[in-house]
Design a binder for this molecule. Sequence first.
Ligand code: SAH
Length: 254
Amino acid sequence: MLRHVTALGFALALLCLAHVCVPGLLHSANAGEADGFAAARERMVERDIARSSWAREGVKDKRVLDAMRAVPRHEFVPEARRHEAYADRPLPIGHGQTISQPYIVAYMTELLKAEPEHKALEIGTGSGYQAAVLAEIVDKVYTIEIIEPLAERGEKDLKEQGYDNVEVKHGDGYFGWPEHAPFDVIIVTAAASHIPPPLVEQLKPGGHMVIPVGPPLQTQHLIVVEKLEDGTIRRKSVMPVRFVPLTRARDEDE
Ligand code: SAH
């Protein structure tokens, strides 16, 4: 009898191991992975984004740095590239497109001078990462992507990461999103041959737009467009960059 009780106890202990302890182990493995990504992200912010070097200025805006600390970039890159998510370089996201280098994402976001009550428009959703960074800072983000499967995946990934203040649309961002205009800030993450007039139109007085302008597949210039309160437009070229081109759904509308 005693032997049976002991055997039963042993079996129960095994069951306990299988049901409680094993999920516990799995949980700590996931937690370990999350800790590893968080540490890599912190290193990326300190080493590649906040620090100035001879080649470039460090990003100083605390809101931007905190957003870069908060967004899990590894959740926005293809599974096979996760281990590279916190290196300071662009990565392919399929359909010939790329997720921008983290420093550029942070630098462009800083140039927007975004505030918590702002409404933002992004052209070129891509992976959804830049939209997530903005969504950490502003009240609402509207983002447009011309490649439908990217728009769908970006939307899904943003929702999965809890970014309920982002709205994704499939379409040609050249025309902006007039139904939600004007926008306090506009960011274009693909290189345009010229600054699209509809986007200037949809920028609020006092607002900033950041856009790479120049020929496709060559060096372009990052331009900050500021609309003053009286409607005057100021443009400033801040840095040479290289972005994938802004493509057009209907070239005849240009
Ligand atoms: N912001 C993205 C970077 C994407 S790369 C990220 O964080 O991952 C630029 C994106 O702009 C590509 O996905 C490309 O398909 C998209 N794009 C190019 N032309 C466009 C257009 N006219 N309207 C909307 N999106 C466009």
